[in-house]
Design a protein around this ligand. Structure first.
Ligand SMILES: [Zn+2]
Ligand SMILES: [Zn+2]
Length: 181
């Protein structure tokens, strides 16, 4: 089935108070987070769209889907897949009084831009950090070892070169410099 982009809402011929449920495939785009590339998995996701025609005219829309995103763990860079759950709503109701009007940015005329709404809500619903596991320990800042595999990993403290320079300075009893760094 071809991915859906636009839906002609008036073409559904819904009467006031009527509801319709549609399950549709939509293409999701790759995203960049923290300078890394992430891809939706699967790239074409089936989404559930519930459309209600309101009594006073206009539409109440709900979009739901469960999918996942694939890419490097933000701490240890291991390949990882994180679940993404989307549940968003939009209202589109034209009224003469602008105060009472709901104007969805995804509805233009009678067309619902399902592809853009799906992609925007996917990005909006992404986890703050994509991690291979909640308590990923990341990489050793000194040698880059995976701390998940080697948690007790240590390094000998390196002598500080500034301290060894100071250690080589010698003074005589009167405070005169005998030997510089
Ligand atoms: Zn990790
Ligand atoms: Zn290390």
């Amino acid at each position: 089935m071809e991915p859906t982009d636009l839906i002609d809402l008036s073409g559904l011929r819904m009467g006031p108070g009527e509801g319709r449920r549609l399950d549709l495939p939509v293409k999701l785009d790759a995203v960049r987070l923290s300078e890394q590339g992430y891809v939706p998995d699967p790239p074409t996701q089936e989404v559930r769209l519930d459309i209600s025609r309101m009594l006073g005219g206009g539409y109440a829309l709900q979009l739901r889907f469960d999918t996942s995103i694939h890419g490097p763990c933000m701490r240890c860079l291991a390949d990882t897949t994180s679940p993404v759950s989307v549940d968003v709503r939009e209202l589109e109701q034209k009224k003469r009084d602008p105060e009472e009007q709901f104007d969805s940015e995804y509805v233009a005329g009678d067309d619902l831009d399902l592809a853009r709404w799906t992609n925007d809500s996917f990005v909006f619903s992404l986890p703050v950090r994509v991690l291979c596991k909640e308590d990923c320990r990341g990489l050793c800042p000194e040698c880059g070892a995976h701390l998940n595999d080697d948690p007790d990993h240590t390094h000998d403290p390196k002598p500080d070169p500034r301290m060894s320079a100071l250690a080589s300075i010698r003074f005589d009893e009167d405070g005169n410099l005998l030997q510089g760094p």
